[in-house]
Design a protein. Structure first.
Length: 291
């Protein structure tokens, strides 16, 4: 049903039966119901994200916040680069796919592999790309953690698209809004000894837990079984659409995600910091100046 016809239908129901009938229609209409869940998920993540940065501002110094901002922004950039267009592809093809599990497994496997490669390349290139973050490369555990948690962040973005495509956005609210947001808020105090990496790890571990929860709910709701298998027939079927949406999304996101890295490299972590947290196209920002 088109948006125009849907609006006309709601208008007729409201005129005939009042707002109780409208609310009843909202509960039974899959599109409107899922839109509501996505709105609640966005609001929940925004609130918990604000509290997350507010807590970090009290636990860490401005320089650590600046470094963590750049790490999280780099992970966001790596995540979106690693999606390979499968986030839009799932929404377009998954509802009518003959074998949903094969399509999901192909997307998750390719996305995870791309994230691991891109994140490793970023770590190795830190002396040139972001010298002030080179402490990540110099510590093997930090380097491994950055690569793995970047892959988790990419996987979380992709599993969000699965729930949206199959009209089960209630799981986005549960996974992103509650599980991920709550976990992220509780970790900084435990990881304060790690400095900037502790802030980054709080967000990354929360994303990893969200991926695990998503896989559980996907198996429970859709019978999906995770398997690192890529069927080339599935890839060929969606290749042109994935490539087109992938390229267009990169042009849209690169300027936003590169800003914190450029600011840190040019002015240093002690300058006025801009905190950007991007998750599933949702951005929360906090600005402050050091004394």
């Amino acid at each position: 049903m088109s948006a125009h016809l849907r609006a006309a239908r709601l208008t007729r129901i409201r005129q005939a039966y009042g707002y109780k009938a409208v609310l009843a229609n909202l509960r039974t209409d899959p599109m409107l119901r899922n839109s509501g869940y996505l709105a609640l998920s966005t609001a929940t993540m925004g609130l918990l994200g604000f509290l997350f940065w507010l807590l970090n501002a009290r636990l860490f110094g401005a320089s650590r916040i600046g470094e963590a901002t750049s790490l999280i922004s780099a992970t966001s950039l790596i995540s979106y680069v690693s999606l390979l267009g499968f986030n839009s592809t799932f929404i377009r093809f998954l509802p009518t796919a003959d074998d949903r599990s094969a399509q999901i497994n192909a997307g998750l496997t390719l996305c995870a592999g791309a994230a691991l490669v891109v994140a490793t390349g970023y770590v190795l290139g830190l002396p040139m790309l972001a010298p002030k973050l080179d402490f990540i490369r110099q510590n093997p555990w930090y380097a491994i953690g950055f690569v793995v948690l970047s892959a988790c962040a990419a996987g979380n973005l992709l599993t969000d698209s699965v729930f949206i495509a199959l009209r089960e956005a209630r799981y986005n609210l549960l996974v992103d809004g509650i599980i991920q947001g709550g976990t992220k808020l509780g970790l900084p105090a435990l990881l304060v000894g790690l400095g900037a990496f502790g802030i980054f790890a709080s967000a990354g571990i929360a994303a990893g837990l969200a991926v695990a929860a998503s896989l559980y709910f996907m198996r429970r709701a859709f019978g999906h079984r995770l398997s690192p298998v890529v069927r080339m027939s599935v890839v060929r079927h969606v290749l042109s659409f994935s490539a087109a949406t992938y390229i267009s999304s990169l042009f849209n996101l690169f300027p936003l995600l590169l800003i914190p890295l450029i600011v840190l490299d040019r002015d240093g972590a002690q300058t006025p910091a801009t905190i950007l947290w991007l998750s599933s196209s949702r951005t929360c920002s906090i600005r402050w100046r050091t004394p």
